[in-house]
Design a protein around this ligand. Structure first.
Ligand code: ZN
Length: 530
């Protein structure tokens, strides 16, 4: 600030008198503040209480009560509600800007007189703030005293909310359109699928075998623990590069996309935390059968769903997890109902048995004894010398089919590895030329991780047995009894299912019914009848 020159400074005594008077409050300068009133009326809106005269009366009364004076009334009357042309409002802004009116205050009856929608209100308020205009909306109790910041914040929030609602509605309807065409809607596609350039699902033949394996094992009655171990041994990983977990398996087994049914959850609006509402009903889904390529047959998929329900119920029935290798095969000889594995505790010991589910008064049967009886019979019946060659040839035929699939997978893996290694070489070229961007570095790292996974899968694949000879066969025979009794593997279950149709349990006899086509020699029959 400049000190006045060429003029004598004001008398210091005078200054102190004035300030003392002001401090005592004896002197109040009654100042009339000039304001301009803005009135908008649209005949098509349900503007109850918003008639021009009602608006004027409201503003004038407010001015009387607050020592203000309306310098000028600006009145817009629009014929339609949608009409946004407001010539008088534009005039008001112009008059303030060029000083035609003295007023630095704008009064309206309610803020929605400026504009119906928050976004346009925001523009007005911004202009007021920039120009130091005090804004009063009588009905809303708003008075900015030239400081519109707080009001701006509020309106801004409203605009943001409105904007995001509109946006998410638009997004949702765009999503819906895409969904109706069975397109992928972002995120990582389920394992076994990839998304082509047009946004449709295609089977990823490199990973689809993992999905087939999971469904197959589950249908063979393998538990999650077994399946997880098996997948790990194969070097299989989830899309995120992690080991499979119970919940990832659960998600895969329940995903109808795998049987070719495209599903889209249109219950869509995410809540404030970005989570989707979990209480949604079937109605909220778009389901398009055969909307995408199937990896699993619908029949198998349904079987898996039924089995999952059964298993859940069984799981609720028994707390402990014990292995009962004959479960599902045992029946009451009198009524046909099942015998199922059961454990009872006595004097701190567990007693395992198969227990009837009917009331035919047949006693429990000791689990270990029945297992051994059954599998000895199976062993003698199956692995006799007459059968040996036939079994060997069947096993090798099966293995050669597996090997053919196997070598396809090995080829696919090898191709993928070669491709990635080429890409790595090219990217490393950039690195050496000093032209590596963060994107390239990220890509290098990602490729490296993927390569490690693929190489592990390839190594596991190469280790798998390729054929069975007489020695291996003899080993198998020797090990078959403990193996069948104790090993919960898909091979053991497959063998059991292939051989045994059912076992009927009566008060004084157990009858094993082998599947047709299983040859039994005299010693086996003798064994069965003992
Ligand atoms: Zn019965």
């Amino acid at each position: 600030m400049k000190v006045h020159s060429g003029r004598s400074p004001p008398n210091p005594r005078m200054i102190s008198v004035i300030s003392r008077l002001l401090l005592k409050g004896d002197v109040t300068m009654k100042q009339i503040e000039e304001a301009v009133a803005y009135i908008r009326y649209s005949s098509h809106n349900q503007d109850d209480g918003n008639s021009v005269s009602a608006q004027i009366a409201c503003i004038d009364k407010y001015c009387d009560d607050h020592g203000m004076e309306v310098e000028k009334h600006y009145i817009d009357t629009a014929k339609t509600g949608r009409n946004t042309s407001r010539p008088q409002y534009q005039q008001l802004l112009k008059d303030i800007a060029d000083g035609t009116v003295q007023a630095k205050t704008v009064i309206v009856r309610a803020i929605d007189r400026l504009h119906r929608n928050a976004k346009n209100q925001l523009q007005d308020l911004d202009w007021f703030e920039k120009n130091g205009i005090r804004f009063i909306a009588v009905h809303d109790g708003i008075d900015t005293f030239g400081n519109t910041s707080k009001l701006l914040t509020t309106v801004r929030a409203a605009v943001a909310e409105d904007f995001s609602n509109t946006l998410s509605q638009n997004t949702r309807s765009a999503m819906l359109t895409l969904a109706k065409e069975s397109r992928h809607l972002g995120g990582v596609p389920p394992i076994g699928y990839k998304v082509n350039a047009e946004g449709f699902y295609e089977i990823d033949e490199l990973k689809a075998p993992i999905v087939r394996e999971i469904f197959k094992l589950y249908l063979q009655d393998m538990g999650y623990d077994y399946i997880i171990k098996y997948l790990k041994k194969q070097g299989y990983k989830t899309n995120a590069g992690r080991d499979f977990t119970k919940s990832s398996l659960n998600g895969i087994l329940k995903n109808p996309k795998y049987m070719g049914t495209y599903v889209y959850d249109k219950s869509a609006p995410k809540d404030s935390e970005g989570k989707r509402n979990s209480r949604k009903t079937k109605r909220d889904y778009i389901q398009i059968q055969e909307g995408m390529p199937a990896i699993i047959s619908p029949a198998d998929f349904q079987k898996v769903q039924e089995r999952m329900t059964d298993n859940r119920m069984q799981y609720q029935h028994r707390a402990g997890k014990h292995y009962y290798p004959l479960n599902g095969k045992l029946h009451c000889a009198q009524c046909g109902k099942a015998f199922t594995g059961n454990v009872s505790k006595s004097k701190g010991r567990n007693y395992y048995s198969y227990k009837p589910t009917c009331h035919c008064r047949i006693k429990n049967i000791n689990m270990k004894n029945l297992n051994e009886f059954t599998f000895s019979a199976l062993q003698q019946c199956l692995f006799n010398s007459e059968n040996a060659n036939r079994i060997l040839s069947v096993m090798n035929t099966k293995l050669s089919v597996q090997n053919a699939q196997h070598s396809e997978e090995v080829n696919a893996l090898t191709n993928q590895i070669n491709g990635l290694e080429n890409a790595q070489n090219n990217l490393t070229g950039y690195l050496e030329a000093g032209r590596a961007t963060q994107t390239i570095l990220d890509k290098l790292e990602k490729n490296e991780a993927e390569l490690a996974i693929l190489k592990a899968q390839l190594a596991a694949k190469k280790q798998e047995a390729s054929s069975v000879n007489q020695d291996t066969y003899n080993q198998l025979v020797k090990q078959s009894l403990p193996y069948m009794c104790n090993q919960k593997t898909s091979e053991a279950f497959a063998l059991r299912d292939a051989m045994i149709e059912r076992i009927d349990i009566d008060e004084d006899a157990v009858t094993i019914i082998f599947n047709e086509g299983v040859a039994a020699d005299s010693s086996a029959i003798h064994c069965l009848n003992y």
